[in-house]
Design a protein around this ligand. Structure first.
Ligand code: SAH
Ligand code: SF4
Length: 391
């Protein structure tokens, strides 16, 4: 006999429903949904069929009321309503930018708030979703990083952001109407608040739901996860999620990256690049996006551009240049436009795509790195931010 602790797989062992109110079905994996339906009294033999039916109602048709699940018997609908809910975050405010960008402030359990941003483009629409309330990391150029309050979002709250956006855009198919193939939310990026790889399991489960072909059905190539560089979880992301990867690179020396992206002190540039070399093979995807925020006089010289190209040699990559988006009290300035173009040019001539990301929704503070819940007033002073940035 060993004294090793007994670990229980909560997904398969206790077929009991939680006490204290109905269970939210949103965000459950297919296995978890099956267990929940069985725990509520669904005969084992019917479970597979029931999972398929309920799944389709929730994720294909966008139905929120069990009474509307018309291919289920009345008694079964009543049983479901007794034990379960289909709940998504509550929209507190919705702001629409002059450029069409929509920002949703959502309220989740505990009274916390997170933001989700919808960015319509010519041939696609990208939904930028959050993975945490705030962020435990403190990148010195990021507004979210100044927010003190942090909790991980549940899988339900992550999937719920996609569902809320589809509600608002009127994107659920309508029974009896011909299938409309245009997708308003055609892409999802995990680039809102939080570090997705610090909430790995919930992000993975949520993305599995979003990718499932019988529901929201977004291909894994239309989902991009952005990380600041949580090295041990990068290979896991490739294997367990398989979506595209973006990395907040932002600097070409450890000294500068230590101040901009402090997680670099734990996993430095070399360690990060080694992990990235493996990613495309493990995830069967083509390219990694290197995000690079353009900060005036900090990381935007020609020498930086040349170093960047050398560092990433051998990695299938595209470099996304992000003009810095200012926020109240931010300690940096955006690089001049000519500087950004000169930087982009060096990278482009070295053979890499180097798009400059157009800031979207700036008038409603919806641009990259500006998100922070509206009720979070405990702003650090400029001095505190600059001290952390080592300025
Ligand atoms: N935590 C993850 C994902 C969220 S941030 C990450 O750091 O990758 C999404 C992107 O916006 C990151 O590349 C981040 O570095 C960038 N960003 C943060 N603050 C910004 C700002 N003020 N201006 C421009 N980009 C910013
Ligand atoms: Fe967190 Fe990403 Fe902002 Fe850094 S850039 S503080 S990791 S949200």
């Amino acid at each position: 006999m060993t004294n090793a602790p007994i670990t229980q797989d909560v997904l398969t062992l206790p077929r009991k429903l939680p006490e204290g109110g109905p269970l939210n079905l949103v965000g459950l994996t297919r296995d978890q949904l099956r267990d929940a339906l069985i725990a509520a009294g669904t005969p084992d033999k019917q479970a597979k069929m029931r999972v398929g039916q309920v799944w389709q109602w929730i994720y294909h048709w966008g139905v929120r009321d069990f009474a509307d699940m018309t291919n289920l018997g009345k008694d079964y609908r009543a049983l479901l309503a007794e034990h379960f809910t289909i709940a998504v975050p509550e929209v507190v405010t919705r702001q629409v930018s002059a450029d069409g960008t929509r920002k949703y402030l959502l309220r989740i359990a505990g009274g916390h708030e997170v933001e989700t941003v919808y960015i319509p483009e010519e041939n696609r629409g990208t939904l930028c979703i959050s993975s945490q309330v705030g962020c435990t990391l403190t990148c010195s150029f990021c507004h979210t990083g100044t927010q003190k309050l942090v909790r991980n979002l549940t899988a339900a709250e992550i999937v719920g952001q996609v569902m809320v956006a589809r509600d608002d855009l009127g994107e659920w198919p309508k029974p009896g109407e011909p299938k409309d193939e245009t997708r308003l939310v055609s892409n999802v990026v995990l680039m809102g608040m939080g570090e997705p790889l610090y909430n790995f399991d919930n992000v993975r489960d949520a993305m599995k739901v979003v990718m499932d072909g019988e529901g929201i059905s977004l291909s894994r190539r239309r989902i991009t996860l952005s990380t600041s560089g949580v090295v041990p979880e990068i290979a896991r992301a490739a294997e367990e999620i398989g979506c595209l990867l973006a990395v907040s690179f932002h600097a070409t020396t450890d000294a500068v990256r230590d101040t901009l992206v402090p997680i670099n002190k734990r996993w430095n540039i070399e360690t990060l690049l080694n992990a990235l070399r493996e990613y495309p093979r493990l995830s069967n995807s083509e390219r990694i996006t290197f995000e690079y925020v353009m900060l005036k006089g900090v990381n935007d010289s020609d020498a930086d551009a040349k170093r960047l190209v050398k560092l990433i040699a051998g990695i299938p990559a595209k470099i996304n240049l992000i003009p810095f988006n200012e926020w109240p009290g931010s300690p940096y300035q955006r690089s001049d436009w000519e500087r950004i173009e000169a930087f982009a040019d060096i990278i482009y001539k070295a053979g890499y795509a180097s798009p400059i990301r157009t800031p979207r929704g700036e008038d409603i503070m919806a641009a990259c790195g500006q998100l922070k819940s509206a009720t979070e007033r405990a702003r650090k002073s400029r001095a505190a931010i600059e001290a952390e940035a080592g300025m």
